[in-house]
Design a protein around this ligand. Structure first.
Ligand code: S3P
Length: 168
């Protein structure tokens, strides 16, 4: 499929941006990029290690460059890390991207995030703090072009919902 635009998946940690992004790209025959994966390849470190060894500002700076570079692509599905949808990225994304916010209930997300400890931003937060972060982040995610409610849906249903909502 030729879109001439990129489909950008955004949302909180644990919404499934990477796995759903891969499926969406496959379904639409588009290329797929995942910002965390690219950052890990570039630095030869896991996200957790980048935070620990280099600090969050280093991670954010590199993330910003990687994301802005990816936005120049065409016909791609791009999954952004949960903290990557900043003002500059939003501005550039307006031009040639469709942004899609994947949303689940706070309970589902917190349960998922707490199941593994690979996420540095979440590792020191209590459930209540995570919920506050989700509320704050949601104000930013709500600037996306589309919001897809995913609760109680299977991955294939979510993909169908995206395709249907965007009339692809
Ligand atoms: C982050 C989310 C992570 C990763 C990093 C920071 C965040 O990506 O980029 O740990 O600030 O929300 P996922 O959303 O893919 O977990």
């Amino acid at each position: 499929m030729k879109l001439n635009k990129n489909l950008i998946l955004i949302g909180f940690m644990g919404v499934g941006k990477s796995s759903l992004g891969r499926l969406l790209a496959k379904k639409l025959n588009l290329k797929f990029f995942d910002t965390d994966f690219i950052l890990e390849k570039k630095t030869k470190m896991k996200v957790f290690e980048i935070f620990n060894k280099k600090g969050e500002p280093y991670f954010r700076n590199l993330e910003r460059k990687v994301v802005l570079n990816l936005l120049n692509k065409k016909n791609s599905v791009i999954s952004l890390g949960g903290g990557a949808f900043n003002e500059k990225v939003r501005k550039v994304a307006q031009k040639n991207c469709v942004t899609i916010w994947l949303n689940w209930s706070a309970k589902t997300l917190i349960d998922r995030i707490k199941k593994n400890n690979k996420r540095p931003v979440a590792s020191n937060l209590s459930n209540n703090q995570l919920k506050d972060l989700l509320i704050n982040r949601s104000k930013i995610y709500s600037k996306a072009n589309y919001k897809i409610e995913c609760e109680n849906m299977a991955k294939t249903e979510i993909i169908d919902k995206i395709v249907h909502s965007l009339k692809l």
